[in-house]
Design a protein around this ligand. Structure first.
Ligand code: PXG
Length: 471
């Protein structure tokens, strides 16, 4: 494995305080209260290697989030830098709109068709997951219109689903805080409840609850009429919603319902694709054969912005019958495509996904599960290289905190950061999705830092009187 050479310890950048001030003056951060951030200053990441980040003060952190769920092969792979440089010299840009094509887009589309399950053989490129899901909305509606069923335009999605931040993709998403800003969801997108057993399963067994939540799809189709419903979109495992792992009963029932009612199934594989669940795609882990898959993130391991929709033969054939008035300047960008190809080569040749399935995911599963004995933790679960734990004031009751959701999660997350561990919180659930190349020794380091952070968070939460269950 060749890695980028880390610079010496001599800082090659201005001091942290100056960078923070300049950042605060001009840079609007996504999903951030910018005034609050300006007051405390952003943590500035200057370089990374393997699973570790270095900040502008020289502190080293384990990045258990793989950036934003994307750096599957880890940081510092020189081969991807070389592939980008080579492609920039050869052909830095060309488009594929007006009867032209280029080698990287051709090779990448062909490679993806070979990797994707079943007859998912056609790729429409985008620059990321949000764009790809906007493409999917238009693909679904245009597909049914061309089949003489223009009224089959409703897309069903799920609360706590995350499908992106553009108007279309955020409408598909089920995040109330996003819908509250800017007039979403757009028309003809409706939501059902997620298979979130821990917080919402009540007295049901996980298996019964999985069936019940899947049948909400059937009930929603019945309510709207199958002649109005075009597609159902879901992440195989919900990521940004808090790493919500569905009960085993859930996906087989969803599969049955989509087939019986002639509804297209879109698997949003932006997080679960490219090895995160120990298979090339999460759909394979759950035995699903979707009509469309959304991809991004791990496609290039985050080294270049690229995403897309992998489409089955039938949908591609129907769409291909006339002009699809849709596309992005950077659809199939040659540099991003070349980087993605090199990333796929590394994933394949180094058998990284096999190793996740047979070695590191089982190792993570048992190590992570040990955290469940902590007094602050209600459950600690994982699937592949995605793991989450519920923080709770009352383990036996799977209770929520009385405080505003996210109060305790934020305290725990801050203690993780202070212990040089990048772990996220979603409300009062802690989540990780490390690079797929993480070793057992680094998993041990994640667990020991997490335990220390939990101890510290527990002390703070107790001292502030926050170990109170919601009524
Ligand atoms: N689908 C899924 C399943 C995602 O996780 C997108 C689509 C959108 O992709 P782009 O490339 O447009 O961002 C995502 C992105 C979080 C967080 O808070 C997650 C994402 C993005 C930003 C924040 O965990 N996932």
């Amino acid at each position: 494995m060749s890695t980028l050479t880390a610079p010496s310890t001599i800082a090659n950048h201005p001091p942290t305080a100056e960078l923070q001030a300049r950042d605060a003056a001009h840079h609007m951060h996504p999903f951030t209260a910018n005034a609050d951030l300006a007051a405390k200053g952003a943590r500035i990441i200057v370089r990374a290697d393997g699973v570790r980040l270095t900040d502008s003060d020289g502190a080293e952190m384990i990045d258990a989030m793989a950036g934003l769920w994307c750096v599957n092969i880890g940081y510092g792979r020189n081969e991807l830098a070389e592939a980008a440089a080579r492609q920039m010299r050869e052909l830095p840009y060309y488009n594929t709109f007006f009867q032209t094509s280029h080698v990287p887009a051709i090779a990448l589309a062909e490679k993806l068709a070979a990797l994707a399950p079943g007859d998912l053989n056609h790729v429409f490129f985008a620059s990321g997951g949000s764009e790809a899901n906007d493409t999917n909305i238009r693909l679904v509606r245009h597909y049914w219109a061309r089949k003489g069923k223009p009224e089959k335009r409703v897309i069903i999605s799920r609360r706590l689903g995350y499908h992106g931040s553009s108007m279309g993709s955020a409408s598909l998403g089920g995040m109330a805080a996003m819908h509250a800003q800017g007039g979403m969801p757009i028309p003809d997108i409706v939501h059902i409840d997620p298979p979130y057993w821990y917080l919402e399963g009540g007295d049901m067994t996980p298996e019964d609850f999985g069936i019940a939540r899947a049948r909400q799809l059937e009930a929603k189709i019945a309510e709207l009429g199958a002649d109005r419903v075009g597609a159902f979109i879901a992440e195989p495992v919900q990521g940004a919603g808090g790493v919500i792992i569905p009960p085993e009963s859930y996906w087989p029932e969803i599969k049955r319902i989509c087939a019986e009612h002639d509804i297209l199934l879109i698997a949003d594989e932006v997080i679960t694709g490219f090895g995160r669940l120990g298979h090339w795609f999460g759909s394979e882990a759950y035995g699903i054969q979707p009509h469309i898959m959304t991809i991004a993130k791990g496609l290039s391991s985050g080294y270049a912005p690229i995403g897309g929709s992998i489409v089955c033969d039938e949908v591609a054939e129907v769409i291909g019958g006339d002009e699809f008035n849709h596309g992005y300047t950077y659809s199939g960008h040659p540099v991003a495509a070349a980087v993605a190809l090199e990333n796929l080569r590394i994933l394949e040749e180094e058998r990284i996904i096999d190793r996740v399935r047979t070695d590191t995911a089982p190792y993570l599963a048992q190590a992570w599960a040990t955290l469940a004995d902590h007094p602050l933790v209600g459950e600690a679960v994982s699937r592949g290289m995605m793991a989450s734990m519920a923080l709770t004031p009352d383990k036996g009751a799977r209770a929520r905190f009385a405080s505003e959701p996210g109060t305790v999660g934020q305290i725990c997350r801050d203690r993780c950061f202070a212990n040089n561990l990048v772990m996220r919180h979603v409300a009062d659930r802690m989540i990780i999705a490390p690079p797929l190349v993480i070793t057992p020794a680094d998993i041990d380091a994640v667990i020991s830092r997490a335990r220390k952070a939990l101890d510290e968070a527990h002390a703070i939460v107790t001292e502030r009187g926050l170990m109170q269950a919601a009524a």
